[in-house]
Ligand binder design. Structure first.
Ligand code: AMP
Ligand code: MG
Length: 495
């Protein structure tokens, strides 16, 4: 019998927090990919896990000590409050203590119906499983806080969407799957005791240092606000668009969660939207920072009873914390964008000028359909002096001459740098990826898997994305922007 080092503390929160349900077995599970190094970090034993991976990570075999449950949560979906959502096709298998002492949750998605399934089938199509696996692993390798993918399994069953599609199950791991919507679920029921228990749980789980704070719940709110600001700044710096930033898809731990119609931008535009259901662009690229604050405001509302006994003082306290978000975001965004542009010398005189320099570059990119990732990649190859290399960057712009003045300004700014050119180049290349999971590449991997049962395209892409900052011999096709006929305009949730 397979044993994981489970210690399922979510159970102790009590029955109104979840519905205990076992996964529904699938017909013929086939392991597609297993993240053995993550498994080792989690303290999951080696050989016998790998041998049983297909049956464990499809839900067909529940490891000893697991306590599978569907978590209850509510959420604002595109601004509209839904008092009950919950894990309709996912299950918390259990919590383990990883080798480094941190506690991690193991979650199955696509594992069958639960009390929260409403009209859904509790299943996931294989395409979205592969998509989440590739994107979350790429994000992890890019250094962005995220749920991690542990395994993907083909179920051997079909799921009915617009047409019949092969089914799949993904296993993902996070510090916690508690969402803003989890707090909202109890807030909507005026269950202050539950909110307090949940806040204590999250403090222990994802913010243990704050338990000793003078006011732990205020400290929790502040820390969640800061982590979220930092997370969204990271998204913006790599051209990531989450696509469904509903409050039920925002984790209190500050990890990127629920990869649905998310996508990386190819050519840069601040209004870019991929999700087919985001008709008004609520979750467009440039709306992500303000939406983050909107969601955090909903979180703060749920905490009001814990912030102060006096209702007015509680609201004042919440405002004071929320008001730190824009500046915190801005500092992290600017620091990361400076790193991308090789600007390390920092003092007050640089602040505004650097911001203007960066914003002007983005405006030129938007006006000239320049590829986001390639622009920064090629910028991070440029010497202090102009050279033939400049042309590779210039060629990304519809009108290459439009970037010339900007390059002159950038090089003038480099003169104030105190580090040598080779150090600047190394630092830029460490933050500007060569490879991102491009939509057309993901689509090719999904098509081969769904249409031909061929996972080699998936594995090859997955391999390249393991080292996104290193140009790999023979892998240039993976760094290229899509040809016009390859551009993917819309992505789908696949629910
Ligand atoms: P998502 O768009 O994946 O964040 O899901 C939003 C809500 O719909 C969550 O409560 C999900 O559990 C539920 N849901 C999505 N797809 C399904 C499905 N196939 N079966 C049951 N519930 C689902
Ligand atoms: Mg979700």
């Amino acid at each position: 019998m397979i044993q994981f080092p489970f210690d399922n503390r979510y159970l102790a929160l009590g029955e109104r927090f979840f519905d205990k349900t076992a996964p529904t077995p699938v017909a013929a599970p086939e392991l597609i990919v297993f993240n053995a190094s993550l498994a080792a970090q989690l303290g999951l034993a080696g050989d016998d896990i790998t041998a049983s991976a297909a049956s464990i990570f499809s839900g067909n075999q529940v490891p000893q000590g697991a306590a599978p449950l569907a978590m209850a949560y509510a959420g604002h979906q595109f601004g509209h409050f839904v008092p009950q959502l919950g894990d309709g096709r996912a299950l918390l298998l259990g919590e383990v203590t990883a080798a480094d002492g941190t506690r991690r949750d193991i979650h199955l998605k696509g594992s069958g119906r639960t009390a929260f399934s409403r009209n859904g089938d509790g299943r996931s199509a294989l395409g979205p499983v592969l998509r989440e696996y590739l994107l979350s692993e790429a994000m992890h390798r890019l250094g962005v806080p995220t749920t991690s993918a542990l395994a993907a399994v083909a179920s051997g069953e079909q799921v009915a969407r617009e047409r019949l599609l092969p089914g799949g199950v993904i296993t993902r791991v996070a510090s916690s799957f508690v969402r803003v919507g989890t707090f909202q679920y109890f807030s909507a029921r005026d269950d202050v005791a539950a909110i307090e228990a949940l806040a204590d749980y999250m403090l222990e789980k994802s913010y243990p240092d704050l338990r000793a704070a003078d006011k732990p719940y205020v400290a929790l709110l502040r820390a969640v606000v800061q982590r979220q600001a930092e997370l969204i700044a990271r998204w913006m710096q790599i051209g990531f668009i989450h696509g469904v930033m509903n409050t039920d898809n925002m984790a209190i731990s500050g990890e990127t969660i629920d990869y649905g119609p998310c996508a990386f931008m190819d050519s840069y535009h601040p209004d870019q939207v991929f999700s087919s259901i985001d008709r008004n662009g609520r979750y467009a690229y440039s709306n992500q920072p303000p939406i983050g604050l909107w969601n955090l405001s909903r979180f703060a509302e749920t905490l009001l009873p814990l912030l102060d006994d006096n209702a007015e003082a509680a609201v004042k306290c919440a405002y004071e914390v929320l008001e730190t978000y824009p500046a915190h975001y801005e500092v992290h965004w600017l620091a990361g964008m400076r790193d991308k542009c090789g600007l390390s010398a920092v003092d007050e005189t640089h602040d505004d000028a650097d911001k203007a320099l960066i914003e002007d570059l983005l405006a030129l990119m938007a006006g000239n359909h320049a590829d986001f990732t390639l622009t920064f990649y090629h910028l991070s190859q440029l010497q202090d002096q102009p050279s033939a290399r400049d042309n590779e960057l210039r060629a990304l712009f519809d009108d290459p001459t439009q970037i010339d003045d900007w390059l002159k300004r950038w090089r003038r700014r480099l003169l104030t740098e105190r580090r040598p050119e080779h150090e600047r180049l190394r630092a830029m290349q460490a933050v500007n990826p060569v490879y991102i999971p491009r939509n057309h590449q993901i689509e090719a991997a999904i098509r081969a898997a769904e249409d031909e049962g061929d996972y080699t395209v998936f594995h090859a892409l997955h391999e390249v994305l393991q080292t996104p900052f290193t140009r790999q011999p023979g892998k240039d096709p993976y760094m290229q922007a899509p040809k016009p006929e390859e551009i993917i305009e819309h992505t789908f949730c696949g629910t």
